[in-house]
Design a protein. Sequence first.
Length: 363
Amino acid sequence: MGLKGRCQVRTKKLHAMKKFLSVVATAALSLFAYAQNTDAPMATLQHGDQTRVWMGSDAFVRAYEAAADSADIITLSSGYFNVPGTLSKSFWLYGAGCEDDPLTGTKATVLNGLSFRPADITNEDGETVKAGRKVNGLHLEGISASQLLFEDNSWTAVENLTIAKCKVTGMMRFYIPTKNVTIRQSIIARGINTNMQYTNYFHTNLLVTNTYLGSGIERAESESSIHVDHCIIRGSLPSTLCTNSILYSPLNSGSTSKNNIFIGQTSIGSGVQGSNNWTNVANAGVYAAEGEDGTYAENKTFELKYPKKYVGTDGTEIGLHGGNYPWNKIPCTPRIMESNIDTKTSADGKLKVSIKVEAQTKD
């Protein structure tokens, strides 16, 4: 996606979020407060100017069933949610965060594995049209899931997908072609598998940025265009443009490596084009906090010990804290910071509610 297209998507997102803030503030804040105070999971669905609310562990399922095929916004509170079966709608999904926030007391939004597949539809003649409805424009943010799976066997691509500030405790799998996919500020514990069951699945403009990969990226076709930037990668990568990252393995032949730190590796890899890389660097010389070794834990910051020494191609520090999306796990969605609800209604049946709301406005 070009700069103009990304700006249009960003503008659309900001307009929708402003509308969402207004709707939630006037229609559903007391229910959010109830969910926060009672630990009852809650989902809201924004469809245009209309907002609907569901409570309980099946709240996400009910909101998804009621959502349109695209452009609707589902927002989940903290807590554990049951998930629908296979998802095919191109909605926006926001959670309260992918991990518990000790500073605010906000708990994570936790889901079981999510599976997406383009939907078959029936035409006017009653015939099944394979992948008649594409997954296009999906946005996932601020959730923790055991796995993310995108699959199809009809060669239909998932397009214009953004995964931001999410945590995948298992593996992310793309068993489908992709186009214009961005994964940013996320934790993928077991890495990304891009081609297990099928061959010739190409990935066009796949960007993984400011993300922790507990393993690498597996099985991508060499014709795919993949850019890994400002990441920590504890596994191997396919033929990739890799920049401004911290790696624990050499790159595969055909890759391009610029301004990367290679931990304990004497080579950037055979058949790799490279410039301004650092090889054979010890863990002790990379991270500012004592004891950090590049493995993931919620309390680790992964800040560099020498940020002015390890400078990337864009003039910012290498690793998670540089680049266009510095490390930040707080989702861009309203969060209840304080709430006070009377236990009894007034004589006219009204319930007094006092709420303090904070929205993260920066990516």
